[in-house]
Structure formats: C-alpha cells, structure tokens
Design a protein around this ligand. Structure first.
Ligand SMILES: Nc1ncnc2c1ncn2[C@@H]1O[C@H](COP(=O)(O)OP(=O)(O)OP(=O)(O)O)[C@@H](O)[C@H]1O
Length: 692
C-alpha cells in the first residue's frame, strides 16, 4: 500500500520518536568527533619523517575507528538505574539515571556522554542484571531496527517488578536476532551477548582462557568480542604489544573480517597459522603419516639436538695480532667459555654473539695484565677481528633455520643421529622430504614443515611475543604448531577456542590440557559453552548421532531454537543426484538467506558445473575472497566449511565426505552443523552408519 499525500502518515509512538531523535543526535555527535580528529594538526616532527608518518597513521586509525557504519545502529540498548545510582549533580540533586549503550562512546560538544561503550564497566549490567540480581537497574530496554538501521521498536524489561526472568536475556528481540536469516559475512552479537559469554569476553587480560564449545555456541563470537573488550580495557598495554587472531583459513578470515571494524577495532592482525609461519612457500600436502610425525612434539627434541650438534670442540689456539704483539687463547680456555654459555641456556644465535664478546673480554684481560691500556673500542676491534670471527665460526657455526630443516629432512644419517631414541626408523623414513632438493628454494615444503622451521628459528633467536593471541579452531593444531603459537604469546595471554568433536587434522587433539601444555599455557582457565545459538534442535539431534564415534563423552549443545521442518533427507538415484541437488538449492533459495552446497572437495567442480547447467549461478568458496558476499548460493568444499554458517545447507553425499579423509566423520559433523534454518541432505549412496 502506498500513502497518498492526503493520507496522514501513521503516527509514530512518541517514545520511538524520542529515541530516534537521540539516535540522530548521537550520529551527528559522532560525526563531529570524527571531524575533530581529522582537523587536529599532526605536528611535523622536524627532520623525522618516520615519526611524522607514525603520528599521521595513528590519526587516520583513530578517525577510521570513529567512522559511522550506516547499517549498524549506534546504540542498541538502554539502562534506567535507580535514582542516584549513576549520575548525581553537584548539589546532591539527583537526575535521571539513564544510559544508552552502544558500540562506541559518543559525547556531545560539552563532553556529556550520549552513548556509552558496551565495554565500559557500567555496561556490564546490560548483560548480566537479572530480577534476582538487578545490579541497581530498574529497566533494561532493547531496540529493534529495520534493515536501514532505522529504529522501529523497543522492548522493556522490568527488573524490579518481581517477575522471574527467563533463562535467556533478551526476549523477542534476541529470538529475532538468532532467527534472522543469514546472508554474507558474520555480524557482531554485541546487542545480545549472553551472561555465560559475557563472563568470558570480560575475563582479565592476564587470564589465558580455553573454551570448549559445541557448534554454534558462540566461540568465534566470544573470541572477537573479547579482543574488542581487551583493546578497550587495556589499550595502553596492548597498543605496545599487539593483538592477533589466528583462524583456520582465508575463507574463514574473510567471513569474520567485518566484526571487529563494526566494533570500532580496525587494527587487529587477522591471520592463519600458515601465514604466520610461512617463511618458505608451501607446495605440497603431507600424507597423514608424515604430517602426524612432523606435528609431534618429539620433533622439537630432534631439531634441538641437530642444532646444538653443530658446535665443535675448540681444536686450535686462537692468536690475535695487535701491532707487534700476539695474544693467545688456548683450546681449553675457549672450551671453558663455550661450556659456560651453553650451561646458561642461551638461544643459539645469542650464544654465538656472546661467545665473540667473551673471547674479546678474555683477550683484553690478558692485554691489561700486560699493562696495555684498553677501552670499549679495543674490545670492539678485537671482537670484530678476523681471527676472533674465524674462531667463533669454527666453534659455533652460523645456523639458518631453513637450511637446518632441509639438511635434517634430506640426510637420513643426520636425521638418524638427531632422532636416535626419539623417532623410530619408520617415523624417520616418514618425515624425509621427497626428491633430492638442491637447496631451500627447490624443496617442496609442506605446511607441517613450517612449524619445524619455526622451531629451529626460535632456538636460534627467540621471537617477539604479542600481548594477546586468539586462536580459533584450535583443536586442529599439531603440538609443533602449538609450540610456535605459544612462543608468540610467551609473555602475553591467549584465548584458545575449539571443539574436540570438530578436529579434522591428522594431529587434532583429543583433550585440552595436553594442547595447552604444548602451548605453554597449562594454567589456562577451561570453560565450556553448551548453549547452541545457530543450529536448530532437529539438526543438532541428527548430527549428534556421530558424537559417540568421534568424541565419546562430549555432548551435543542445547539448541536455543527449534524450527519445524529444518531437516530433510532426500535419497536419489545415482544418475539423478545433480538434479536432486539443484532442486534442493532452488528450494533453499526461496527463503531469504544464503545457501551453502557442501560436498567432498573432489566433487565440488562437477557439482558447480551441474548447478550452472541447471541454470543456477553459484560462487565457489576458496576461489575468490568475496564468494560469501558476492553470491547467495555458494559451493563449499567440505574442508573449508569450518567456522562458517549458511541459512540453508545442502549436504551432498555424506559418505563421500567421510571417505575423503581419515577423520572424515569429524568433517561430516562440521558440515552438518553449519545450518541456521534448514539442512537438506541429498545422497545416492547409503548414509554413513551412525546416520542411518
Ligand atoms: N548471544 C548471542 N546472540 C545472538 N547470536 C548469537 C549469540 N551467540 C552466538 N550467536 C550466533 O550464533 C552463531 C554461531 O556463533 P559462532 O560462529 O561464534 O559459534 P562457534 O561456537 O564458533 O561455532 P562453530 O564451532 O560451529 O564454528 C553466529 O551466527 C552467532 O552470531
């Protein structure tokens, strides 16, 4: 129906009108705050181009963080407190105690808060107050918005009228948010974070957290919101040391990339383990046996032994010529210096530098004893002399991590001596590199090799640590990858997120304490999330039939949603499978949201072609970074499904997904738990046994 000029516009509730006015005023205030930042002159630091650039970059980042994202409402809630709980003016005269809560802090030109940041301590009550413990809140208000971010509704919850609160906080607006048809990349959940999640989001920076959570319990959401929270609460500390999130692959990172910017955080490194460790190009996938041995923590001992076996017994007397005089250090003295350094547990590279210093020091002591005047310059000259350099090179040769691992994995005798008593002969044979690479560039490295190179690199020089590391899908990390990540958070803390039942890598962990031990974070706080916000109960019930086989002892999440008709199984004849898949896609596309067609990786190309022939345009995940944004219908190789969600999932031929890899049942569990509204299983072969 369209309104003609003569018809009056429908009356807007005065409360909504007032809230809209506050929203508009807040938006204007945010614009002013951003303009102010942009208008500040960054002082040109005289003659210091780098400092000027740093200041300008900081200003640009601040301005970017204050950008108003048009389809993201600036506030989403309001708390009305008991009078005097929050604000009190100078005369002791109490004013209205009301705060609007939003994604960032907004103030007017007098500095008065118009919207308070959800991360501020006072906002905690929005997420935790209940009628049993109202935290001085009288009323909690939540807002509803249309797709254009126009405020259209609100919902008040009285915390003082004695009515018992529900199990979940958020009432109908929460239900609407959870049931919202999914399209494109992930969104933040800042308006509806639940108490059990908020408790993890706001854990102190020094706490290393490990969250085991079934599919859809909000682990990724918790990890992202925790980053935003920590950057707010500990901005000073973290601006020096940094924050990073490590996800399983690029498609996943692309799926989550909008969440932190929507929360005003634009300066977080989002990466994969492979990218983090990639010092040589990866050109090969290891077979399961090799990957398992290379990922085993025993490899650390093999590498350590090989590196240190390069030290040589001092055999020759060092003679340093200074003017007409010669100064000697005998092999015994050199051995003593070397042993002392080794005993101190220094990194290999640092030990090498220190040896040169120690030798120079010993020579100088001799010179001084003979009455020569020495100073720092003399020390430097001796340390850098040809003779001292040659002695250090002979005793403590330079080491290169890539060459070390290449040498170890291409020379069976060298490996045998480093791995003696650590790896069995079969295990040693399994890790050897194929072919006869002539050098690091011609070797065909695998992803598991990267962690070995990183181990060697860290033994030579310890890497810098970052302030906080969030690792998602951590159950798939090998012990060697854990060590690599743990080193990067050695002086910081970490948030480790995962689900043992979704472990698909050859080295996937069977329990968290072991993995945390490899990370060097044995003291982590272990938490469990078990309320599922994504997958409807019927689908979870179906997928959970796999649990006794893949993760005995782990339960299914308690689904927050039921949706009738969410699960469909369609048996098809072999020849008509593509038609049945196309029909299922058409069915899914009738709804509002995204449709993910998931199949064994090897079947995706054929499936994509068949859909095209049936007149269905589909993207292929992994081929382009924006497949999730560009298309509503996306073909998803099973190996890339982890962490993602689609409104409808069409799971094609489960038995082939299972047969494709050793942990195929785990992979199938991941695939079956990606659907928000509907799961349609299409198969010509019999379903895997637990699903029959
Ligand atoms: N408190 C909440 N309010 C609204 N939506 C939520 C809430 N918690 C989680 N969700 C939604 O549930 C879905 C699943 O969340 P998320 O991807 O973080 O789960 P996960 O535990 O990482 O799942 P998986 O292990 O399957 O990858 C997302 O769409 C997320 O937005």
């Amino acid at each position: 129906m369209t309104l003609s000029d003569s018809e009056p516009a429908p009356a807007v509730d005065p409360e909504i009108r007032a809230e809209r006015a506050h929203l508009a005023a807040s938006r204007a205030a945010l614009r002013r705050m951003r303009d102010d930042v942009l208008a500040t002159e960054t002082p040109a630091v005289f003659g210091d181009w780098v400092s000027t650039q740093v200041l300008q970059q900081a200003r640009a980042l601040r301005a970017e963080a204050l950008e108003d994202i048009p389809d993201t409402p600036l506030f989403f809630g309001r708390l009305d407190f008991e009078a005097g709980a929050v604000f009190e003016d100078g005369d002791g005269h109490r004013t209205a105690d009301r705060i609007h809560i939003g994604r960032r802090h907004v103030h007017d030109e007098h500095g008065r808060a118009m919207v308070l940041d959800w991360r501020a301590p006072i906002s905690v009550a929005f997420y935790r107050a209940t009628p049993q413990d109202p935290m001085r809140v009288r009323t909690r208000r939540r807002y509803g918005f249309d797709n254009a971010a126009r405020l259209t509704a609100f919902e008040d919850e009285s915390l003082t009228d004695g009515a018992p609160g529900g199990d979940l906080l958020g009432g109908e607006l929460l239900t609407a948010e959870i049931e919202r048809p999914r399209t494109g990349p992930m969104r933040d959940i800042v308006a509806t974070i639940q108490p059990e999640q908020d408790d993890l989001v706001r854990a102190a920076l020094d706490t290393t957290l490990c969250v085991q959570g079934a599919p859809g319990t909000g682990k990724t959401a918790v990890g992202l919101h925790r980053i935003a929270y920590l950057l707010y609460a500990e901005r000073k500390r973290l601006s020096r040391t940094g924050v990073a999130i490590v996800g399983p692959n690029r498609s996943f990172l692309s799926y989550i990339r909008n969440v932190l910017p929507a929360l005003g955080e634009v300066d977080v490194d989002q990466t994969t383990v492979r990218e983090l460790l990639e010092t040589v190009p990866v050109r090969r996938v290891d077979d399961t046996g090799a990957a398992r041995v290379k990922g085993d923590a025993r490899m650390a001992e093999v590498i350590r032994r090989d590196l240190w076996s390069q030290l040589r017994e001092p055999a020759e007397t060092l003679v340093v010529q200074r003017g007409s005089r010669r100064w000697r250090l005998y092999p015994d003295e050199l051995r003593e210096l070397t042993d002392e350094l080794r005993g101190r547990g220094v990194a290999y590279g640092a030990g090498r530098d220190l040896l040169a210093h120690r030798i120079a020091h010993a020579v100088l002591s001799r010179m001084e004893a003979a009455g020569e005047a020495c100073d720092d310059r003399t020390h430097d000259q001796v340390r850098r002399s040809r003779e001292v350099k040659a002695a250090v090179a002979a005793i403590w040769p330079k080491a290169d991590p890539v060459k070390l691992v290449l040498g170890l994995l291409t020379d069976a005798d060298r490996l045998a001596s480093a791995a003696d008593g650590v790896l069995s002969p079969e295990e040693q044979a399994a890790v050897m590199l194929p072919g006869r690479p002539r050098g690091p560039k011609s070797a065909r490295w695998s992803e598991a090799d990267l962690a070995l190179i990183d181990e060697a690199a860290a033994l030579i020089r310890r890497p810098e640590s970052i302030g906080h590391l969030v690792v998602d899908e951590a159950q798939d990390l090998s012990p060697m990858q854990c060590r690599a990540l743990g080193r990067r958070a050695a002086s910081g803390s970490a948030t480790i997120l995962g689900d043992i039942a979704q472990g698909t890598s050859p080295s996937a962990t069977g329990d968290w304490p072991t993995l945390l031990g490899h990370l060097g974070k044995a003291e982590a706080r272990l938490a469990v999330l078990d309320r599922g916000y994504r997958v409807p109960a019927q689908i979870i019930g179906f997928a959970a039939r796999l649990l006794p086989s893949i993760a005995p002892g782990l339960g299914a999440p308690v689904a927050v949603r039921r949706s009738s008709g969410a699960l469909r199984l369609t048996p098809a004849r072999a020849g008509s499978l593509p038609d049945a898949v196309a029909d299922a896609c058409r069915e899914g596309l009738k709804r509002e949201g995204s449709v993910g067609v998931m199949a064994a990786d090897a079947d995706i190309a054929d499936l994509h072609r068949a859909l095209g022939a049936a007149g269905l345009d589909a993207g292929v995940l992994g081929e382009t970074d924006d497949a999730l944004e560009a298309e509503r219908l996306v073909c998803v190789p099973a190996s890339l499904a982890k962490g993602l969600e689609f409104d409808t999932v069409v799971a094609v031929e489960p038995s082939r997904i299972v047969a494709a890899e050793p942990r195929g049942l785990h992979r199938l569990y991941v695939v079956l738990t990606r659907a928000v509204s509907a799961l349609h299983v299409v198969h010509a072969e019999p379903l895997p046994e637990p699903l029959r």
